[in-house]
Write a protein that binds this ligand. Structure first.
Ligand SMILES: NC(=O)C1=CN([C@@H]2O[C@H](COP(=O)(O)OP(=O)(O)OC[C@H]3O[C@@H](n4cnc5c(N)ncnc54)[C@H](OP(=O)(O)O)[C@@H]3O)[C@@H](O)[C@H]2O)C=CC1
Ligand SMILES: CC(=O)N[C@@H](CCC(=O)OP(=O)(O)O)C(=O)O
Length: 347
């Protein structure tokens, strides 16, 4: 049994880790932190976990994190980088769901997260947690910076078109028009996510610049092997879970003869958590609720020179905690889908 610690167990990604790990055959949560709820049994705070999780929250200082095999940080940006070194020195693997170990350039990190990076050597060592791109590196890693929620959907939507330096699409004019449910903003109290503000409403935000833009461009450029430019526009939708990304790519003359349906199907044929839908499909966010699956459809309206890729995922599962468990499985040589065979909820 892998002994798991979770820092930040009362947030949405933390409790999602608790839910998924409760059904994991080869891992057990032995330490879970909350500064505000220390002493409270997890199952008392979250009755959905009664009978499934028998630990109580403790403060980060009291939690026996160095006795774990792996620690997940489901915390705001900046927390993991302050604690990673001590854990790694104790032989504990670290998986950060925040952005501390995503952007490889410390100056870019400082620009977008308004804090100085405190361990640039570990940043250089960290592996980006997107298994469909980085599986082999993840298997060898002891420190992971998990891909963000929107960046996961956009990179999965463009991976078959860009990897290996392919020249099928114009890589300088990409557009990702993305919509997220409100749980993407976390569980902390904020006016913008109140029911009366976010319900029966729809709006774009972060158009001038969102911190996921540099992460997406960094990831796509690594995949492509050359700089890629993308305009990213996120929107807040009145749903709880789910991300829907509509990605627009202009075809190059070389790309016009490609069978994109066949390309996507072939690329993802061996991937347990990426489902390419039949031609002409329109994936729905509710078709992935609660599951670690991303579903993709690829369209070429009017057989013209614009490709439209639709991607849906559950932001808390494939966009965060499910993907983090997938990464843990790879790091420990477990079956990649252990604990992740959850069928989506409907309705
Ligand atoms: N929500 C989503 O869809 C996604 C979120 N993420 C990322 O995952 C991380 C967690 O997100 P989410 O679960 O939504 O956040 P929440 O705001 O819902 O939860 C944050 C958790 O962190 C704990 N925490 C806060 N500050 C500290 C601190 N200084 N030290 C230790 N623990 C702390 C909180 O508990 P307490 O204050 O009691 O200690 C709480 O349990 C964020 O970095 C987010 O960007 C990534 C992908 C998707
Ligand atoms: C709806 C909403 O507010 N979403 C968040 C992104 C989700 C998140 O937590 O970001 P990371 O993936 O970087 O951790 C936002 O736009 O800031």
């Amino acid at each position: 049994m892998i002994k798991v610690g979770i820092v930040g167990g009362t947030g949405y990604t933390g409790v999602e880790l608790l839910r998924l790990l409760a059904g994991h055959p080869l891992a057990r949560v032995t330490a879970v932190t909350s500064r505000k709820e220390a002493g409270m049994p997890v199952a008392e705070m979250f009755p959905s976990l009664r009978g499934r999780v028998d630990v109580a929250f403790s403060t980060p200082e009291e939690a026996k994190l160095t006795e774990c095999d792996v620690v997940f940080f489901a915390t705001p940006h900046g927390v993991a980088m302050a604690q990673a070194r001590e854990l790694l020195d104790a032989g504990v693997k670290v998986i950060d769901l925040a952005a501390d170990f995503r952007l490889k350039d410390p100056a870019e990190f400082q620009r977008w997260y308004a804090m100085e990076h405190s361990c640039t050597d570990l940043l250089a060592e960290a592996v980006y947690g997107l298994p469909e791109v980085n599986r082999e590196a993840i298997k060898q890693a002891r420190l992971i910076g998990m891909a963000g929620c929107y960046p996961t959907s956009v990179q999965l939507g463009l991976l078959p078109l860009l990897e290996g330096g392919k020249q099928l699409i114009d890589t300088q004019t990409l557009i990702a028009d993305c919509k997220s449910g409100v749980s993407g903003a976390g569980r902390k109290a904020e006016v913008g996510t109140l029911f009366a503000e976010a319900g029966d409403n729809f709006k774009a935000y972060g158009v001038k610049g969102h911190r996921h833009s540099p992460e997406i461009e960094q990831g796509l450029s690594v995949i492509h092997g050359a700089p890629v430019k993308l305009t990213f526009v996120p929107h807040l939708t009145p749903m709880i879970r789910g991300i829907h990304s509509t990605i627009y790519a202009r075809l190059t003359p070389e790309g016009r003869d490609t069978d994109f349906q066949a390309l996507f199907e072939a690329r993802y044929a061996g991937e347990a958590f990426v489902d390419v839908l039949p031609a002409g499909s329109h994936p729905e966010t509710r078709s992935v609720r609660g599951s670690n699956t991303a579903r993709i459809a690829v369209h070429r309206p009017g057989n013209g020179d614009l490709l439209v890729i639709l991607v849906v995922e559950d932001n808390l599962v494939k966009g965060a905690s499910g993907q983090a468990v997938q990464v843990m499985n790879l790091m420990f040589g477990l079956p990649e889908d252990a604990g992740l065979q959850v069928v989506p909820l409907l309705p």
